[in-house]
Write a protein that binds this ligand. Structure first.
Ligand SMILES: [Fe+2]
Length: 320
């Protein structure tokens, strides 16, 4: 049975491998202004605020293999700014830093600027238009690609301000995959995202809660898998507001042929799922996750290893 992911589900973190963490810091911290905190084993976490949740994690491996130019993996990671003024402000910082911009597009639902980081990973900076302005056609969100009016965007920001732009979050991740039908089976039929657009050539877009997309998948870079230790994507994390989603997916994954590993923690378990292209998708419940209410399709899954709860706790936790 296909269960729709809860509306508030979202991509919360992306983990990448790099050969040069200094370059990572120069771009993400020096140019984009993200806050860096250093962890164990040559690892750095980049957040929008300090303290704040890590949006991007980089692990350094000086012996990492280069990612082939045409291979499956990360197409881009997308940092979403709260408003177009914040996006304009971020763009102004990039121009002032002299960092090359790869392109810009108006997608109808959003305005976007594209760059590559110092490892060649695609990075999108964007701001959504209000949902009330999104066009929907035949059950799909109408996303287009037209030139971005940069002059109009820049006119919305104050040139002299030295304040940092409003903090971004992770709006979506876009992947190079080898097979769209296989991707749809994984992200939609198994994971529970809706297909929000299937008319874009060579691409599919998936989302929860009526968003335009949390995950994009395209076949534009061929079918070759990169070396296991290549620069680029290691894992990406999906945050869900209902705890049982992890148990349901963990139960169903082997039935559909997907590899799943539950890492149980006292505070917050993580379910690791191997996506069809070999990347790890981590599913984690939010810190304020609730239990699925009566009638929820997520309520009936076996919760192996989970401490039983008495009925009063379950009642309390299920309140909005
Ligand atoms: Fe994107």
């Amino acid at each position: 049975m296909r269960c729709s992911l809860p509306d508030e589900s979202r991509i919360s973190q992306v983990h990448l491998r790099t050969r040069n963490i200094d370059g990572v810091l120069r771009f993400y911290s020096g140019v984009l202004g993200l806050k860096a905190s250093h962890g164990p084993a040559s690892q750095v976490t980049l957040s929008a605020l300090r303290p704040g949740p890590g949006l991007l994690v980089f692990s350094e491996d000086r012996n990492a293999a280069p990612r082939p130019s045409r291979s499956t993996g990360l197409y881009h990671v997308a940092l979403r700014y709260p408003t177009r003024i914040d996006l304009a402000h971020a763009y102004r910082r990039i121009v002032r830093a002299g960092y090359p911009v790869a392109g810009s597009s108006d997608h109808g639902v959003s305005e976007a600027i594209y760059l590559s980081d110092t490892d060649g990973n695609g990075v999108e900076l964007y701001a959504d238009r209000p949902r009330s302005q999104w066009r929907r056609e035949q059950g799909e969100v109408a996303m287009v690609t037209t030139p971005l009016d940069l002059d109009n965007l820049m006119a919305s920001s104050r040139p002299a301000t030295a304040d940092p732009p409003g903090p971004p979050d992770l709006g979506h991740i876009h992947l190079n995959v080898d097979d769209l039908a296989v991707a749809e089976r994984f992200y939609s039929e198994f994971l529970g995202m809706a297909v929000t657009q299937r008319s874009y050539p060579g691409a599919l877009f998936f989302a929860a809660g009526g968003y335009h997309h949390h995950i994009g998948a395209n076949i534009w870079a061929g079918k070759t898998a990169p070396p296991a230790n290549s620069v680029g994507l290691i894992s990406y994390r999906l945050e869900v507001p209902i705890a049982e989603v992890l148990y349901c997916l963990n139960h169903r994954a082997p039935l559909l042929g997907y590899e799943a590993r539950m890492e149980r923690r006292a505070e917050n378990s993580i379910l690791r799922l191997r996506d069809p292209n070999g990347n790890w998708l981590e599913v984690q419940a939010t810190s304020n996750a609730v239990l699925a209410g009566p009638g929820s399709p997520w309520a009936g899954c076996p919760q192996e290893g989970r401490a039983p709860q008495d009925s009063s706790e379950q009642q309390k936790s299920a309140q909005p």
